[in-house]
Design a protein around this ligand. Sequence first.
Ligand code: ADP
Length: 503
Amino acid sequence: ASGYDVTEEVISKRNSKQQLLNQQAYDLFMQAPVGFSLLLGDDHRIELVNHTALEFTGKNEDCIGKPVTEILPEVQMQGFSKFLDQVRQTGQSIHLKESKVMLDRNGIIEKIYLNIYFQPYYKGGKIMGILTIMSDVTDQVLSRKNAEELKERFETMANNIPNLAWISDADGSISWYNDRWYEFTGTTKEQVDGWGWQSFHDPKRLPSVIERWEKCIATKEPFEMVFPLRAADGSFRQFLTRAAPIRDKEGKVIQWLGTNTDITKQKEMERMKDDFMSMASHELKTPLTTIKAYTQIVEMNLREKNDVDSLALMKRMNSQVNKLTTLIEDLLDVTKMQKGKLVYNENFFDFNDLVREVIDYMQKTSGSHKIKIQLTGDITIFGDNNKISQVIDNLISNAIKYSPGANEIIVSTEIRDDGAVLSVQDFGIGILAKDRKKIFTQFYRVSDERQITFPGMGIGLYICTEIINRQGGKIWVESKIGKGSTFYVWLPFDHRNVVEPNV
Ligand code: ADP
């Protein structure tokens, strides 16, 4: 009897264990984050459906026992019932990926994207129904479609601009070019991917381009450079190339966006303008030199005749001729500078002597201002003393010109950092902070009403800057509006010893 009891116990234990497993499987099925349903019979009656599936479809448990075609008529119309029939007939499962489904959710038609499996359900070797498994992938599909749309819009835009454009990875290897690029170079994607762009450069210029590009990639600073690129027909054209780093949310550079703009025409125009300037100033110089010679002869004659009135006029004419000569010489200098043809004759010279010489000469021609000098140290400089005296002359002329209300200029020298500093201080109109850098560039003139009355072409300081840079030095200004300006020039004793010239 006791043996029988034990068996009973085992069986009941086994049964309750099976029950527990069934319960667990059922719970799992009901609570799964993917939609499950079991459809039975030829009319696909809903036998089981879990919460997620009900949520997808916006239905409730009332649908159990009814054919799915009746519950979701709109879905059946979209062709899904034919898949159900097919699975039942063939016994083969069907997988629909990112299938667009229009669902009537409580009266509102919504578009969602589902991954759906229709799996045949066998019992005793016979197909009894279909197990459907679906997961909602609407968010993924929409964000991917969004990204694709953005990409397409970007490419349409990039392919319709007149510039060549490209995108590189953070390491500088180019992964995308626009159509213009392929048209211009006459190549295909396979030929130029990665670092293939190098074959369209002038081999002579390529090293400097690579150097600059690698520097920008390392420092993450925008790239800008002008260089030639070879067209499909083998000819070279000049391009202004710019590239900007593209950063992610954390500020990390992920890509570079670059454009190449054909500036061959502009360059040609610039060259023609420079040629014209150089020719015009050259042609003007010859008759002017002759005029100067004649005025000297006329002046001598007038002195012999003691014609005081005419001599006074002659003196004024002379000073105007001198002004014209300086202007034309400045223009000639600029054109030579641009062609890199300004010749420097360098020697050791006494810097303070040179300053004194220039000031002596200038003091003679200026009645309005007293030029005070404070020269210190024993300064020997290696450089072109003529060009440097041109700088000093320019700074003092400006100091006089831009301080009409004052009567004093202070020029001083001192030794600093293996070189000499020259300062020219005036008590004139001053320079606004926003103009203090720009005045050293070509043709830049301050354009407010206080300045409008001063004559000039805006090239004096540009020439000074070029000369000082070429001599390895620096030029800068400190100024207070209404109080005056001080221009500084620092020159190394011997710029040949300066490893890194200050530019
Ligand atoms: P220019 O005097 O022929 O216009 P510069 O190149 O010598 O050309 O000077 C550029 C500009 O800098 C001038 O137009 C002027 O506005 C400003 N500038 C130069 N020197 C002074 C100064 N000492 N005080 C005030 N402004 C000055």
